[in-house]
Design a protein around this ligand. Structure first.
Ligand SMILES: [Zn+2]
Length: 332
């Protein structure tokens, strides 16, 4: 689910509903409104060719997945035009209390999970849009080892005190950010859209998994994604993580507008050296073409902070995927 894009999605659904109303005068609809044709953003007012809704899953990177495929039909049908996901979200005012996000409700896409019948080994079979989860050869996470040591350019962080919203989307705890936070790397500017957590960490470093990881999901103006991973290990309590935990929603799929503010700079390690490789979303639809940057130095969080998250999500990590000869670079 692309929580940040709830405004565009709402618009898309509203359009869909109006469209449905228009249709009902001529043709009864067998499917519920959520499954009816939605005019694509790419072709507003397009003819009534039924379009399956995109996999608007309450997922973590999957949220971003729609953005990653912004050039694709699925994202277009969700109205996720590049750049629209950031800064146009609902809830521009901090402290406006709890609001529900109806579109985040379960059932908007195929059910998937980290264990059991709909677990990672079966993701590719759950929906046509999930095929890459099985057939892709640039998938994430990976076991990071034998990186090529070079002088990687520093990532330029443009993070600042910001309002934030927290949602438990059924796959992770996700923090949705408004506009105004970005990174500059590889000649591009990527806006920070959201960040979320995994327990244990998904990516391995020489076979070792940190206790948790936070994934900072960024998107550039073309809809390309860049994810920064910050590994979390037990130690001192982390104030910004506590800030997020303090604003945990009581109910799943209900977004809490935090009354406090947050600066993502506080989540970064002092040493900003990193590993980098090209990979994918680690949740369905496993979209590829994602620039990954994994901080080499972990950040400490307290055992209690880890325990709180693991109580909600004992295991929400996709297994590592084949590196398949991909280049991994790392900062000297
Ligand atoms: Zn993630």
């Amino acid at each position: 689910m692309f929580e940040q894009a709830s405004a565009p999605i709402r618009i898309a659904v509203l359009v869909g509903i109006l469209f449905t109303m228009a249709l009902t005068t001529s043709a009864p609809l067998a499917a519920p409104p959520a499954k009816t044709a939605v005019p694509t953003a790419a072709s507003p007012g397009a003819p009534a060719k039924p379009v399956m809704p995109p996999p608007l899953l309450p997922g973590s990177e999957s949220a971003a997945g729609s953005a990653a495929g912004a050039a694709g039909a699925a994202a277009a049908s969700a109205g996720l035009t590049p750049g629209a996901g950031v800064g146009t979200s609902v809830g521009t005012s901090a402290g406006s209390g709890v609001t529900t996000t109806p579109l985040a409700a379960p059932g908007n896409g195929p059910h998937w999970a980290y264990e059991g019948d709909a677990g990672p080994a079966d993701w590719a079979t759950l929906a046509p849009d999930f095929a890459l989860c099985g057939s892709g050869n640039r998938q994430s996470p990976i076991d990071i080892r034998e990186g090529i040591k070079v002088d990687l350019e520093p990532i330029n962080f443009e993070y600042r005190d910001s309002a934030f919203r927290v949602i438990d989307n059924g796959h992770t705890v996700q923090v949705n950010m408004g506009s105004g936070n970005a990174i500059r790397v590889m000649g591009k500017r990527f806006n920070l859209v959201q960040f979320h957590f995994h327990h244990p960490a998904e990516e391995l470093i020489d076979g070792h998994a940190a206790e948790m990881v936070v994934h900072l999901v960024h998107k550039d103006a073309d809809g390309k994604l860049a994810v920064i991973a910050v590994l979390l290990e037990a130690g001192q309590a982390q104030p910004e993580i506590q800030n997020v935990w303090n604003n945990l929603p009581l109910e799943r799929n209900e977004e809490v507008h935090a009354t406090s503010r947050l600066n993502v700079l506080n989540l970064l390690p002092e040493d900003r050296r990193y590993y980098t490789y090209m990979g994918s979303l680690t949740t369905p639809p496993c979209t590829e073409g994602v620039l990954w940057m994994v901080m080499k130095t972990p950040v400490q969080v307290s055992a209690e902070q880890i325990a709180l998250f693991s109580r909600l999500y004992p295991m929400n990590a996709r297994p590592v995927q084949a590196t398949a000869g991909r280049m991994i670079k790392e900062s000297n």
